[in-house]
Design a binder for this molecule. Sequence first.
Ligand code: MLT
Length: 321
Amino acid sequence: MSFHVLVPDNVHQKAIDILEASDGIRVSAPGKLERAALLAAVADAQALIIRSGVTADAELLAKAPQLKAIARAGVGVDNVDLAAATEQGIVVMNTPGGNTISTAEHTFGLMIALARHIPQGHQSLAEGRWDRKAFSGVELKGKTLGIIGLGRIGQAIAARAQAFEMAVIAHDPYLPPEVAEAVQAPLLPLAEVYARADFLTFHAMVTEETRGMVNADAIAQMKDGVRIINAARGALINSADLAQALGSGKVAGAALDVYETEPPPADHPLIGLPNVVHTPHLAASTSDAQVTVAVEAAQLIVDYLLEGKAANVCNAAVISS
Ligand code: MLT
């Protein structure tokens, strides 16, 4: 008997190579599947390797009675119904370290693009204009960066900001203060970070507490002319409230890599605003990160299916049960 591992997304070939080289594992890697084909393909799968483009919700899990494990080649497991997985005894694992640097670098790129209007300048020149006045920016040096969520990615951003001579402050209710001290990013109450930061970058998971946290109330507590970056999850931001603040000038600019639904609808209130910089969820999309997370995800599945060893478990209750 061999275990069937389904890889219904574009996961790096190195993951497939690891699975194929493992005795007792049969792999099918059809690439990204339409929903109906996906629901059919999971019927006899014992494991899945997914990225953020696959939604492993209760409907999908119900169609996968043999499923034992899901490995997320990436960090966020908001595309997996953890309660339903736990109920079915499916262990969900992620690869939290693999795309830290790519995400931190992309966030930093967004911050510079925002400070210096790089995409707008590019677009203007591409359209035949030579407009130097319209795109005067601000330096990062001497500015305060507020990092909301000082985990791996937040810490990597702190180090890069310090190299640019920014002052770094942070808010993270779950981080031991000594970790923040070690990276010289003092932890402060959220309201104080909002009041002091010239740039704010968000690196939190979406929970009941954080969903829509960047709303009119929060924005009112921020400095006039603050610049906001989000390369974590779109649902952290109330888009209508942010659009209004961008229109009034309370928020000078925003740089976004993520959206509540992806791709965002054509009438999304933030798309196309002159002071907003966008990328289509690219933060982890580097060849380096995609190799690392794919290899880690494949190894997690091999270890779990063949040896019963689980690591990076996101639904710990399934193990105790
Ligand atoms: C992650 O959660 O790892 C990143 O957002 C990248 C992705 O979803 O593909």
